[in-house]
Ligand binder design. Structure first.
Ligand code: GAR
Length: 205
């Protein structure tokens, strides 16, 4: 069996990366293998998670690199070096250009902490998404895993899971609940689905 090489792109805490590591370890990601982690920030705790799991990692600091072109060229060469066939954006806070996403059609997956099309697109990331959901007063939110194309948060939806908003929620409390009850569950499931698809395509030539 020729497993699909998965490269995970992160920027922060890396709890979604951890969910993928745990899924692979416990046999819930049989079609894939995490072959590398790339962080856009040198301070990301997710780098420590990769190290603890024995996964090779690298940092591509957007600001240090300078231009978007140079940033993406570095990402591409690292993804190739790692043997990445499937790219997972797990709390990756940089937007990728249409040139980049066109190189990997239906091969880049993102997890977003709301039920798309609510609270998504440019400017909606991390805690801001939950702040906006609470400000609007929605009673149900959730998470979405989708393919990445040239439209921010606009690619085909793979999986969604709803989560209830509760009385007294702060953005931080809601973020934790959405992660625990939705993101950490549906991200590994979606990654397994797509990794399996890629593996079958490889087997059938
Ligand atoms: C997660 O909630 C993820 O959905 C979100 O950032 C957090 C990263 O946490 N991503 C976005 O908002 C992307 N638009 P993590 O580093 O602990 O996985």
């Amino acid at each position: 069996m020729n497993k699909t090489g998965i490269v995970v792109l992160i920027s922060g805490g890396g709890t979604n990366l951890q969910a993928l590591i745990d899924a692979e370890r416990s046999g819930r990601l049989p079609a894939g293998q995490i072959v590398g982690v790339i962080s856009s920030s040198p301070a990301a705790y997710g780098l420590e998670r990769a190290k603890l799991a024995g996964i090779p990692s690298a940092v591509v600091d957007r600001r240090a690199v300078g231009t978007q072109e140079a940033f993406e060229a570095r990402l591409l060469s690292l993804i190739e070096c790692f043997g990445g066939e499937l790219i997972v954006l797990a709390g990756f806070m940089s937007i990728l250009s249409g040139d980049f996403t066109a190189r990997y059609p239906e091969r880049i997956i993102n997890v977003h902490p709301s039920l798309i099309p609510s609270f998504c697109g440019k400017g909606y990331y991390g805690l801001k998404v939950h702040e906006a959901a609470l400000a609007y007063g929605v009673k149900v939110t959730g998470a979405t895993v989708h393919f990445v194309n040239e439209v921010t948060d606009g690619g085909r939806i793979l999986l969604q899971k709803a989560v209830c908003v509760e009385e007294g929620d702060t953005p931080q409390i809601l973020q934790q609940r959405v992660m625990r009850e939705a993101e950490w569950i549906i991200l590994p499931q979606a990654v397994q689905m797509v990794a399996n698809e890629i593996m079958l395509q490889k087997e059938n030539g």
